[in-house]
Design a protein around this ligand. Structure first.
Ligand code: NAD
Ligand code: ZN
Length: 356
């Protein structure tokens, strides 16, 4: 089994992210160091082999496992689903020594982590992300939460896991389009990281599109390293962590306009990065390497046809974006790889640059 370990340095809250093929095997080995109580196993995939396998391995290692199966999908990312996590623990009489383990994508991860951060005022948490997006983004960094009718992720906590295992073998059951969508966050990470990371994705593009295991491990390691570094510098997003929003300002507006049903998050981020290049050019006179970015996104199978998705409705959502400060937007400006920065840009200028 080939694996890599990335450490997220946060003093006494530091933890390891293990990345590789088959690394779900590490979970039962790590749980003893996280707590000596029962395990609350939270997932939304009873039809997939991964949760059952984790359960069986933990039980074989002598742990009692309480299972909490959540309904799948972003539409269930609300407080009533969090209550199911709390209640599963309370009804099974678990106590503060329990270990909460989340197995699933970003929705399960965010809900499970919020549940763990609030249950008995905080219990140990381990994550086994099973979508590419959750491996490269949501499982690392400690943002937890759920949606409200007023918007996404409006209530939550910062709560770091004690251990994360990114097992690319679990992607075998993930629909191709979901996997491809996750590649948008990988491109984002590479663009923030620099030339070498972008060149690596260019060399690996065909393999990544087809889900090659080795290339996927390389991409996850690169992304998690970058995220770990940024989170260590700025855990609570008061500065450099905002860079991770590259492509997300316009991306969120597109998702909201399509009521979170038309495009996947990663697809919206891909379109958002295209938009960010246009804004950088029109509003700041930058000459971002747009052809290179578009070329990479296209080869990976991601959408770049901004006109087909960015319309007056999306433009209206930009105005109400929560990151907006007064009449301007904190915008992540892509130039060349490794040269991304944050600028305040007037919202009207952004809308003019995008032509709607
Ligand atoms: N906390 C953070 O820092 C952070 C960062 C980025 C995104 N997020 C959140 O992540 C969420 C999106 O995550 P996502 O894209 O993983 O979506 P998701 O969790 O909804 O997963 C997508 C779908 O795939 C299914 N699935 C998961 N793993 C599978 C597998 N291995 N095989 C087959 N099906 C599988 C899920 O049941 C779901 O139906 C959003 O709610 C977003 O807000 C959080
Ligand atoms: Zn994202």
């Amino acid at each position: 089994m080939k694996s890599e370990v990335v450490r997220v340095e946060l003093e006494e809250r530091s933890y390891e992210v293990v990345i590789g093929a088959g690394v779900r095997e590490e979970l039962p080995l790590r749980v003893p160091s996280l707590g000596d109580g029962e395990v609350l196993l939270v997932h939304d995939g009873p039809e997939r082999p991964w949760p059952a396998e984790v359960k069986q391995k933990l039980e074989a290692a002598g742990r009692r496992v309480v299972e909490c199966v959540l309904p799948a999908g972003e539409e269930h990312k609300h407080i009533r689903t969090v209550e199911r996590i709390w209640d599963a623990a309370l009804e099974a009489d678990l106590d503060r020594r329990c270990v909460v383990v989340g197995v699933g994508g970003g929705v399960v991860g965010d809900l499970t982590a919020f549940g763990a951060s609030t249950l008995f005022r905080g219990v140990s948490l381990a994550q086994l992300p099973t979508t590419l997006l959750s491996m490269v983004d949501s499982s690392v960094g400690g943002k937890t939460g759920f949606n409200r009718p007023q918007g996404k992720n409006l209530v939550g906590t910062f709560y770091q896991p004690r251990f994360v295992a990114c097992d690319v073998e679990t992607l075998a059951t993930l629909p191709r389009e979901e996997r491809i969508a996750g590649l948008a966050e990988v491109v984002k990470s590479a663009w923030l990281e620099g030339e070498e990371a972008v060149a690596m994705l260019e060399a690996d593009a065909d393999l990544l599109r087809e889900g090659d295991v080795e290339a996927t491990i390389r991409a996850v390691v690169m992304s998690v390293r970058l995220k770990a570094r940024i989170v260590s510098e700025d855990e609570r997003e008061s500065g450099s962590r905002m860079l991770l929003n590259l492509g997300h300002t316009v991306g969120h507006a597109i998702e909201a306009a399509e009521e979170y049903r038309g495009v996947r998050h990663g697809e919206a981020v891909s379109l958002g990065m295209v938009a960010a290049c246009r804004v950088a050019r029109a509003c700041l006179g930058e000459r971002p390497d747009e052809a290179r970015l578009l070329g990479l996104l296209t080869r990976l199978g991601l959408p770049t046809d901004l006109e087909a998705h960015y319309d007056a409705k999306a433009s209206a959502h930009l105005v109400s974006d929560k990151k907006r400060r007064g009449a301007s937007i904190r915008f992540v400006v892509p130039t060349s790889p490794g040269k991304t920065r944050i600028e305040s840009i007037a919202v009207d200028d952004v809308r003019r640059a995008l032509g709607v």
